[in-house]
Design a protein around this ligand. Structure first.
Ligand SMILES: Cc1cc2nc3c(=O)[nH]c(=O)nc-3n(C[C@H](O)[C@H](O)[C@H](O)COP(=O)(O)OP(=O)(O)OC[C@H]3O[C@@H](n4cnc5c(N)ncnc54)[C@H](O)[C@@H]3O)c2cc1C
Length: 358
């Protein structure tokens, strides 16, 4: 979780991805940064702790219109993400999802120039000339069940995401939550589970009307249950397996037999391990030099909502600019012997070909 001091020894050639730049965060700024890296002739890879790109646009407001992207008079947030994906697609940079950047350390490259080694919580290692942190408000994490007995059940019988529906085959499942995810998964799981109960603290939902209508139709058809109430406790057997949940309802308490609990209460942003990377921080954000967007730590840059400087605006267009400048400095770390010659994309034949025929 923490950074370690610089070492002068070359890195052991273990299973490590070598590239020029690692972009941490595949929100709108990270995606545009990938495009910029391609334009500059840099190789890069992206990681995101979530299982899909888009950051806040996708997670918080996919159907809200955005009107302040240059040359885009209006588009939905998810459309913007789709277009950014399309824009960087010609470079085919690998994107690694469900990977949280955890630690960073310095080492000497084969040519003696400093490099960085980033490891993720899933054990991936990236040996890079520069890191561009586009981590927004921090790593999104699920809002957890606030019961003392919940932690021991996590990943066994308490789930904050559904990755494999077959895991729930024949099981009695409680899906807790009132947003699109909770309703979508309750509807999907009813097809494989023994029985699904949707649990929400009130009758109203924060989900699309058609999804709510589908859920109510499934309940009316007897395909699943819906209970209005809140989790009051989780019961386990001697082997630590979930057996039931106590539900607090308006009329008192009831016990609901259950083998699995899927809690989809939404996401919260956490500063995450990056806050321990020995960079100057201000109010949870990374202080950058606005000529290069480099942090106080050599080779680590920050762009988008995660960076801090006087008068910083948390807007997508600001992040695009910050990433573009950061990568120009990162270029020199990746190519210490070369100078970066500025050309417009249309004057670079190979690039023009790549972008035109994508
Ligand atoms: C409701 C709402 C409406 C908005 N409307 C507008 C608007 O109209 N116009 C506008 O310009 N802006 C708008 N914004 C702000 C805009 O969404 C942000 O400025 C923008 O999303 C910042 O982009 P980003 O890529 O820096 O960060 P994010 O979008 O937050 O993406 C960061 C990504 O980094 C990932 N991440 C974080 N830490 C790690 C880690 N350690 N390892 C791996 N991955 C990590 C996160 O999972 C996330 O996917 C709005 C924001 C909200 C909440």
């Amino acid at each position: 979780m923490s950074s370690t001091p610089a070492t002068s020894a070359p890195l052991a050639p273990q299973e490590t991805t070598q590239t020029d730049v690692l972009i941490v965060g595949a929100g709108p700024v990270g995606l545009f940064a990938a495009f910029q890296a391609g334009v500059l002739g840099l190789k890069c890879e992206l990681i995101d702790v979530l299982d899909r790109p888009g950051g806040q646009c996708t997670e918080l407001y996919p159907e809200k219109p955005i009107y302040d992207i240059p040359a885009v008079p209006g588009c939905l947030a998810q459309d913007l993400v789709d277009r950014l994906m399309e824009q960087c697609a010609p470079f085919a940079f690998p994107m690694h999802f469900s990977q949280r950047a955890d630690s960073v350390s310095e080492h000497a490259g084969a040519d003696g120039h400093p490099r960085l080694l980033v490891t993720t919580d899933a054990g991936k290692r990236f040996d890079v000339a520069a890191v561009l942190i586009c981590a927004g408000a921090g790593a999104f994490a699920p809002q957890r069940v606030a019961l003392p007995e919940a932690a021991a059940l996590e990943d066994r019988h308490l789930h904050y995401a559904v990755r494999d529906t077959s895991r729930f085959a024949g099981r009695r499942v409680i899906v807790a939550g009132g947003g699109d995810s909770a309703l979508d998964w309750a509807l999907a799981l009813r097809k494989v589970a023994g029985r699904v109960t949707l649990l929400h603290r009130r009758e109203g939902f924060r989900a699309a009307d058609h999804t709510v209508a589908s859920m109510r139709a499934a309940v009316a058809a007897g395909e699943m249950d819906f209970v209005v109430g809140m989790l009051g406790g989780l019961q386990t057997d001697d082997a630590g397996k979930l057996t039931a949940a106590t539900i607090k309802t308006r009329d008192g308490e009831q016990t609901l037999p259950a083998d699995e609990l899927v809690a989809l209460y939404g996401l919260v942003s956490e500063p995450g391990p990056i806050a321990q990377w020995d960079m100057d921080m201000r109010a949870g954000r990374i202080v950058v030099d606005t000529t290069t967007y480099e942090s106080s730590r050599r080779g680590i840059f920050a762009a988008g909502d995660i960076c801090f400087y006087p008068n910083k605006q948390k807007l997508i267009l600001s992040g695009f600019h910050e990433a573009a400048l950061a990568l120009r400095k990162a270029y020199h770390y990746a190519n210490p012997q070369k100078s970066l010659v500025h050309v417009h994309t249309s004057n670079n034949a190979a690039l023009k070909e790549k972008l035109t025929h994508a």
